[in-house]
Design a protein around this ligand. Structure first.
Ligand code: HSE
Length: 417
């Protein structure tokens, strides 16, 4: 048996132990030696757990035991997760993690330390929960230049938006339902303000470019300002509001554009059908075209399953480094204000004349719920242009980006974009 340890026995950590025990037979198809959890590090004791006798409170027990070859860090947060992971890697123990905060902040550094010590640092579970996405990016695309990764990367907000749309709910009511059903945290800020999916798209962008993209460098907008009328307008133009992480890697300049924001996604787009707590990630390669990855983006066992997939790969490659393509340099980020997009703009009826002067001939869209306003789709423009134009609107209410082209001359065709 290959000996492992788990750091942090919370939801994901206990899931890792469960996956290893319940699916030992399946694991042994690819790893005949099998896996065993020798230690569980936690501040707490778990006297009623079948793992009670494996709980330790001192990291040195794990560090000093040469039998432990692989460590699963499921503690979350930056410290002491970073120090413990670093210490394990420096002793040649491979580490795998679901901790997106640490991967975003210091993943490149830990990847380099792993390389220096002939072991590995993997983090499949940090993005998309149970969906295999980082491993395919690393192993199936050597022949590709990946131009785009666009994803619904947060189950909680996708659930909220789906509920608002399907049941005509206000944001606060849908959020409360998400909390009552155990999807949203009691403090839902990281989800609804977009920080969680922003970290995930930053990790994906880092892997796609090979350079670090940090969460703090990525423009981030959540869904707390989305109201149910936005969804009704969206439906009128055959679209739905989705919170997306967007990464565009320009082959000519090698620059990358990364952002997290609500977008209007058209009916014909594969992400349109990703509802409830599910995640969906569209990857576009310059040769292979579009590929969709879909599944459970959160939850104890899906996330733990992704952690264990890393453990198995590390167990198969003991004594050597799995190159994840991160080298601790910084990615070349595009200035987001130069990126050209179409916008859906809501403003009051008093602006009708100004809209024509500033935006040209637009097709006005209205819904019966708000009689004092209308909305329209702009031509493509960068953010600076958009901001300068909306400044002229006395009754401006909201601007939402569009994913995929909306044909201003033939809006019906745009449902397929
Ligand atoms: N809170 C996240 C979500 C799960 O709702 O998708 C952990 O990344």
């Amino acid at each position: 048996m290959i000996e492992t340890a788990i750091l942090g026995f919370g939801t994901v950590g206990s899931g890792v132990a469960e996956v290893i025990d319940r699916n030992q037979k399946q694991i042994q198809r690819d790893l005949p030696e099998g896996l065993h959890v020798k230690y569980i590090l936690d501040l707490r004791d778990f006297p009623d757990s079948p793992y009670a006798d494996r709980v330790v409170h001192d990291i040195n027990v794990i560090l000093d035991d040469p039998e432990v070859r692989i460590v699963c860090e499921t503690m979350g947060g930056k410290e002491p997760a970073f120090t413990f992971s670093k210490q394990c890697l420096e002793r040649g123990k491979s580490v795998c993690t679901s901790n997106k905060e640490l991967v975003d902040a210091l993943g490149g550094k830990l990847a380099v330390i792993a390389k220096e010590h002939n072991c590995s640092y993997l983090f499949e579970a940090s993005v998309g929960g149970g969906i295999p996405i980082l491993r395919p990016l690393r192993t199936s695309f050597s022949q590709e230049f990946i131009t785009d990764v666009v994803g619904i990367l947060n189950g909680t907000t996708n659930y909220i938006l789906t509920k608002m749309e399907a049941e005509d709910l206000d944001f606060d009511v849908a959020l409360k339902q998400a909390q009552d059903n155990g999807f949203a945290e009691r403090n839902p800020e990281a989800d609804i303000e977009g920080y969680d999916p922003c970290r995930k798209i930053a990790i994906l962008a880092s892997l796609v470019t090979g350079g670090n993209v940090k969460f703090s460098q990525v423009p981030c907008e959540g869904i707390s300002k989305i109201d149910k009328n936005d969804l009704k307008y969206a439906r009128k133009i055959h679209r739905a509001v989705k919170l997306l992480g967007v990464c565009h890697h320009d082959q000519a300049s090698n620059q990358v554009y990364v952002c997290t924001a609500p977008y209007l996604v058209s009916e014909g787009h594969p992400l349109y059908a990703v509802n409830d707590v599910f995640n969906g990630i569209l990857v576009r390669g310059n040769m292979v075209g579009d590929l969709m990855f879909y599944g459970s983006g959160a939850g104890k066992l899906p996330t733990a399953s992704a952690v264990v997939s890393d453990v198995v790969e590390e167990a198969q490659t003991l004594g050597r480094n799995i190159n994840i393509g991160l080298n601790n340099t910084d990615a070349d980020l595009m200035d987001p204000s130069n990126v050209r997009e179409q916008y859906f703009i809501r403003t009051t009826k008093e602006d009708e004349k100004t809209v024509k002067e500033v935006f040209g001939d637009v097709i006005a869209v209205s819904i019966p719920e708000v009689t004092d306003e209308f909305a329209f789709v702009t031509s493509e423009m960068n953010e600076r242009e958009k901001d300068a134009k909306i400044e002229k609107l006395a009754g401006f209410r909201k601007a939402i980006r569009l994913l995929g082209r909306f044909d201003l001359d033939s809006p019906e065709q745009s449902a397929q974009a």
